[in-house]
Design a protein around this ligand. Structure first.
Ligand SMILES: [Zn+2]
Length: 383
């Protein structure tokens, strides 16, 4: 485009960013990992497999036969304790020593984020193998970086989505039930956050991402309770597809304008509380949605938010998502800790400021302790 044309183009035309919508290939099925060797071997012959210590032990008997059949020379490396800068340095070293030409990430969100970031930094192909339905990290072109102590630091936009995603339902079924419940919490947040962060946008891709987030929410409302009661049901597979795949599609299509808002900001704040470290990402985010709706209700007097919160409280009861700080096991944190979390979540660059009104740490702390409060007058709504 000529310089003149660039100047003449409108604001949106100059803000185009490359699209990273989906992995190049997705294999899925019952025990499909055992037959994935061929697809993996197309991407490299010396894979470095990145996961947590426990996951590596569990996955070796599944993955190794698939790799050796194709004569791939693999090495396993742990990202523990965190997807942190220091772990990345060690992993880069391991990749160089092994002369890796391919990275395979196995595990939950942090393991996959570490593997994706490593592949991005080393400019190598990346395969993701989620071992639970807890996040959509296997799909997305994004990694979250934490401190060694587990406090959220920043996220990194990666050059593309994974080259291959292997969703083995048999493997995911072995994960603790709590992980899928957390994944439901993280996935359902897409609607509550994207519908706010998209504002009044008329962008084709953004509108469609927000509508898919609504569909994702409805699928989860309908099928989650049945899914977690019966791991062999069609509903269970549909819900896993929703949390691992569809949630990723929404982030991919919506891109940078389909971002997180207060629910994830609250999550980020909570990661600074030591006692919160055993709480799963999606559990913190699920609680964060209630806080976000409570803020909309308290600051704007938004009745739709009030009834949406009541609807979610019922849903959380059904499937066991946390509704309060007590449910998160944080009943004994001090006021100073609560204030600190609220201060982190309301820092200038926080996504919480995508809310259409300004928020003080005090307002946020007040919302954080009143997520289950009954609202006097609730207008009927299907928000
Ligand atoms: Zn999330």
């Amino acid at each position: 485009m000529s310089k003149k044309a660039t100047t003449a183009s409108n604001k949106t035309a100059t803000s185009y960013t490359p699209l990273s919508i989906a992995p190049a290939q997705v294999l899925r099925g019952e025990n499909c990992l055992a037959n994935s060797g061929k697809a993996i071997s197309k991407l490299g012959v010396r894979p470095l497999v990145v996961g947590g210590n426990q996951t590596i032990t569990v996955i070796k008997p599944f993955l190794e036969p698939a790799l050796t059949t194709e004569k791939l020379v693999s090495q396993f490396a742990s990202y523990s304790p965190e997807c942190a800068e220091s772990s990345l340095v060690k992993l880069k070293d391991a990749a160089q020593k092994h002369q890796a030409d391919l990275i395979i990430g196995v595990g939950g969100g942090k393991a996959l984020d570490s593997a994706k970031l490593l592949a991005h930094q080393c400019e190598l192909p990346i395969v993701t193998i989620p071992t639970s339905g807890a996040t959509c990290a296997a799909w997305t072109a994004l990694s979250n970086v934490y401190s060694e102590a587990g406090a959220f630091q920043y996220d990194v936009t990666l050059s593309r989505c994974p080259d291959l995603l292997i969703l083995d339902y048999g493997l995911v079924r072995t994960a603790p039930q709590r992980t899928l419940v957390a994944g439901i919490g993280d996935a359902i947040a897409k609607w509550y956050e994207a519908s706010v962060s998209s504002g009044n946008s008329t962008s084709t891709l953004l509108i469609s991402a927000v509508q898919q987030a609504r569909i994702l929410r409805d699928i989860l409302f309908q099928k989650s309770a049945i899914a977690i009661k019966n791991l062999n049901s069609d509903e269970w597979r549909e819900v896993v597809d929703a949390t691992v795949l569809l949630a990723g599609v929404i982030g991919g299509i919506g891109g940078a304008d389909c971002r997180t808002v207060a629910a994830h900001a609250v999550h980020n704040g909570l990661t600074y509380i030591l006692e919160a470290h055993n709480i799963l990402h999606g559990e913190k985010v699920a609680y964060g949605i209630l806080v976000q709706l409570r803020l909309e209700e308290m600051v704007q007097g938004n009745q739709l938010a009030a009834s949406a919160r009541q609807q979610l409280l019922q849903f959380y009861d059904e499937i066991g998502l946390p509704k309060t700080l007590e449910d998160l096991g944080l009943e004994n944190i001090s006021l100073a800790q609560l204030r600190h979390a609220a201060a982190i979540a309301t820092k200038t660059q926080s996504d919480i400021h995508r809310l259409p009104f300004s928020i003080s740490p005090e307002q946020l702390a007040a919302a954080m302790v009143s997520t289950v409060v009954k609202t006097a007058k609730i207008a009927p709504s299907n928000k």
